[in-house]
Design a binder for this molecule. Structure first.
Ligand code: 6R9
Length: 646
């Protein structure tokens, strides 16, 4: 098996797009790249015609690095673009197919989705939500999450969606930073058949802040939940009394559409600000060209709406294209490991977008599982979230796509808003493991520390050297952090992605992963600092260092090295306490896979913890030069501990 894959790796070095696919592809003109290159502002101006505007922009771009403003003075509404403009031609077309973990199915046509969105928009207004107010959405994967987002967009209230798997504390932190007065949540939701008491968590979060006036609760599982008299209202009750029809607010191109908190190098997550015009233009066109969305496609992106992928490629990109999207609430292995393929078969999914970590899990479960299902409706596959190893790529291509479906490996970030480096399936020859080349109009380079382009085959930092419509506008209430994080490594007009990359002989990009203290656990972005601060907040912990350890399925898992406070001795109980503490404070995804107690952490003479060394120890790799440490002897001791733990 291993050998077969390795040999096909060579054989399959470049996979040309299938002729049939090319013929029908939404974008199949290779000259598009040159055209965009000639004058990228003109290119984006043409692309912006795909969005409906109340009034057109006066100029395309104002670029005062690092601040870009796109489609100046253009007026539009994102929810109008996702709903109203489809009603004449697609009013009765299915917009959302939702499947719950228990197998219950709900569908919304575009007309029904518009109706629900308008009603909910009116409910928000009735409750006092005004244009510019930030509304926090803390919901699992249910249609109400999409409706709530679109309703906010409709009335010009930026949403801040918090991943439902995050803890009360993480929720509180985000509400606090955005000073949000409104929260939308639900009673509970199912995960592997077990009910998660979501409202309880939301209540805990709200109790830790002093901003929230109103909580709107979706009845999803039907379980009893305490409702606070003044503060809490049921979604269905406000919807019943809300009036229908709600005129979309006319928004400026540069008005904030949403805030999305994401992890970075320092402890606190940062609020990435996205605005309306450029974001809609960017997500619309990438959905159209990269996923080749057609009228009769059934499109399924398995991400959660709580992450940027859910925002751009479940909600705004696909719905602005009038697509039918599928949303599944539950786990991929519930009740059985074929759940995804069962869904693909039953709903006749044609386009499927998921993360490498999921693909590696499927691979491990074996090809017999997808083979039991008819996957012949699939015509395009995508991946996102972390580098995909060529073996996993090929497994996906062969076992899910039956060698018929192009696989688009799409590199982008919360901050970029839209897909940046990707094949165009009707044009680009594919190479397993490579995200191939920048989307038309995007300029990416691989730079060294001094900002020089590195030569072919060598690793460097992935940089973006030209503005793009859906780029991050600032870090909410922290302009300095925006500049320091992204625009200070080289010249002020060059964006630092914090990813390593190299280019090959065809100038294809190969993403090497993060170069900062961000780790990706099963595709979820987490800051090691966030986890360290949480560990240190435990009364028995003195110091902690967290690194990502390579993992075959999850990409990385969390390893924590912990020094205990004076007179506290290590024990298995304390270890599991600490693991639970992190899960409670951040969420189960941040749960350390291993904790090692140590009397000291390896430090430089100036006292900096050497995480690089700790990572090599965790990965069982050579630690390299340790002569600059003040305590080199600790390295051997830690190596022994890690070895012994197996
Ligand atoms: C969309 C998303 C961003 C980080 C990014 C990089 C990694 C995303 C990738 C990829 C290799 C790909 N990443 N796509 N690495 N190949 N196709 O995931 O946003 O959660 O902000 O994470 O994810 O490291 O810097 P976000």
């Amino acid at each position: 098996m291993e050998e077969a894959i390795e040999s096909s790796l060579k054989e399959w070095q470049k996979i040309e797009p299938p002729e049939e696919f090319v013929k029908k592809a939404n974008m199949n003109d290779p000259d598009i790249y040159d055209m965009a290159e000639k004058d990228y502002e003109r290119f984006w101006e043409g692309i912006a015609e795909n969005i409906d505007w109340y009034s057109k922009w006066k100029s395309v771009l104002e670029w005062e690095p690092p601040h870009a403003r796109w489609f100046i003075e253009g007026k539009l509404n994102a929810s109008y673009n996702c709903l109203d403009r489809h009603i004449d031609s697609r009013g009765d077309k299915t917009a959302i197919i939702w499947e719950g973990e228990k197998g219950d199915i709900r569908k919304y046509t575009y007309r029904q989705l518009l109706d629900a969105t308008s009603r909910f928009a009116n409910s928000l207004k009735d409750m006092g939500v005004k244009k510019g107010d930030i509304v926090t959405i803390y919901l699992p994967m249910i249609p109400e999450a999409v409706i709530a987002m679109l309703a906010c967009a409709r009335i010009g209230a930026p949403h801040s969606v918090v991943f439902a798997g995050f803890s009360a504390d993480a929720l509180a932190q985000r509400i606090e930073n955005s000073r949000s007065k409104f929260l939308i949540t639900c009673d509970g939701y199912l995960r592997r058949g077990k009910e998660i008491p979501h409202k309880k968590r939301a209540d805990e979060g709200v109790s830790r802040v002093d901003t929230v006036d109103k909580v709107i609760v979706v009845r999803h599982t039907g379980s009893d939940v305490p409702m606070s008299k003044q503060r809490d209202v049921w979604w269905h009750e406000v919807m019943d009394s809300a009036s229908t029809g709600c005129d979309p607010e006319i928004m400026d191109s540069e008005d904030m559409l949403f805030l999305m908190y994401t992890s970075g190098t320092t402890g606190k997550p940062k609020g990435v600000v996205h605005t309306t015009g450029g974001y809609m233009v960017g997500t619309h066109i990438t959905t159209n060209w990269v996923f080749d969305i057609k009228e009769d496609d059934i499109y399924w992106c398995t991400a959660d709406v709580g992450w940027i992928t859910g925002h751009s490629y479940i909600v705004y990109g696909p719905l602005s294209n009038g697509a039918t999207i599928l949303i599944y609430e539950g786990a991929p292995d519930y009740p059985e490991r074929d759940r995804f393929w069962d869904i693909v078969e039953r709903h006749k999914v044609t386009i499927f977008y998921t993360a490498p970590t999921a693909i590696r899990a499927f691979m491990r479960w074996g090809e017999d599982i997808p083979a039991k299902h008819d996957l012949s409706t699939l015509r395009l596959l995508g991946t996102v979230g972390e580098p995909i190893n060529p073996r996993a790529w090929l497994w996906y291509y062969e076992n899910i796509g039956n060698k018929r479906c192009p696989v688009v490996d799409t590199w982008w970030q919360t901050e970029t808003g839209m897909i940046m480096i990707t094949p165009l399936p009707g044009i680009t020859p594919l190479k397993p493991g490579s995200a191939t080349r920048p989307f038309p109009g995007i300029k990416a380079k691989v730079l060294d520390d001094e900002g020089n382009e590195v030569s072919q085959g060598h690793g460097g930092y992935l940089a973006l050297t030209r503005p793009w419509p859906s780029m991050i506008r600032t870090v909410y209430k922290n302009e300095q952090r925006f500049i320091d994080t992204y625009w200070s490594k080289w010249d002020i007009d060059t964006y630092m992605s914090e990813d390593g990359a190299r280019r090959d002989e065809d100038s294809y990009f190969w993403i090497l992963g993060r170069v900062d203290d961000v780790i990706k656990v099963a595709g979820h972005r987490l800051g090691t600092m966030e986890i360290e601060s949480t560990l240190v907040s435990h009364p028995e912990v003195a110091e902690a260092a967290v690194v990502g350890k390579k993992d075959e399925v999850k990409g990385e898992v969390i390893v924590a090295y912990v020094t205990l406070a004076e007179r506290i001795s290590e024990s298995d109980n304390l270890m599991s306490d600490l693991v639970d503490h992190v899960a409670d404070e951040i969420g189960p995804i941040a749960r350390p896979a291993h904790i090692f107690f140590t009397d000291e952490l390896p430090k430089t003479r100036s006292g900096k913890i050497m995480r690089r060394i700790l990572k090599s120890i965790a990965d069982g790799e050579d630690v390299g030069d340790i002569t600059t440490l003040q305590n080199p002897e600790i390295v051997e001791e830690l190596k022994r501990k890690v070895d012994e733990s197996g």
